[in-house]
Design a protein around this ligand. Sequence first.
Ligand SMILES: Nc1ncnc2c1ncn2[C@@H]1O[C@H](COP(=O)(O)OP(=O)(O)OP(=O)(O)O)[C@@H](O)[C@H]1O
Ligand SMILES: [Mg+2]
Length: 247
Amino acid sequence: MDPVYVKNLTKIYGDTAALKGISFNVNRGEIYCLVGPNGAGKTTTFRILSTLILPTSGEAYIEGYSVVDEPEKVREVISYLPEDVGTYKNLTGYEYLKFVASVYFRDHRSILDAIKRGIEISDLTDEELNRPMKTYSKGMKRRIQIARALMVEPRIAILDEPGSGLDPVQKHYIRKIIKLYAKREGTTVLMSTHEMAEAEEICDRVAILYSGEIVARGTPKEIIDRLGESSLEKAFIKIVSSSGDGI
Ligand SMILES: Nc1ncnc2c1ncn2[C@@H]1O[C@H](COP(=O)(O)OP(=O)(O)OP(=O)(O)O)[C@@H](O)[C@H]1O
Ligand SMILES: [Mg+2]
């Protein structure tokens, strides 16, 4: 089975149908992106796949483990970056990375290796790593969180809007790191963004989510070509302003 397999997944909150039966799969080592506007259902999907909430119906498997029936197995193979995550304010960045590494790994060597990777990914200076995280800018906080998620070399990284709130330079850095790690460590990446340009730049394949439904899927180029447009953003606008049935 593919590392991520989702079939007819639905989620209803009260009278809001956040997911209306979505299906997709992610291949090993690929960067797959759910892209869609605010409220499309990206975070809901990721929270189900990370075993934080239950779906209303449908199936979802991570590395062959059911997110409903085997949540503890799923948690062993994923690393989840929520869209807005707080930081432990009084810990320094270094202490935080050390803490995370020692939760994931038992032996000293693996802990040290993970911390080393974390430092490398965060791209923070020694001085910055030794400051309490309450002194960090939003960009620094996001970088340390991404470092935390990737340094443990998860089989599957689920990254909800990794570039959220970052300036263009920081965003570029984060994209580069995700690409590098997906390719180098063989981590399968499932990420989300509402920025079509970001999806176009970084993702091997995308699913465009709109109002709880997947309205287009494929490589960014396939979708752009199919719609006869010049960018994913233009293709998306064409899709949602047409019949609404998608393609
Ligand atoms: N706990 C909840 N209770 C009720 N409705 C919710 C809840 N969480 C999400 N929703 C609704 O479900 C829909 C999908 O929300 P979701 O957060 O999954 O979207 P999203 O694609 O992640 O959006 P964004 O880009 O703004 O992060 C929205 O209509 C939202 O209001
Ligand atoms: Mg979201």
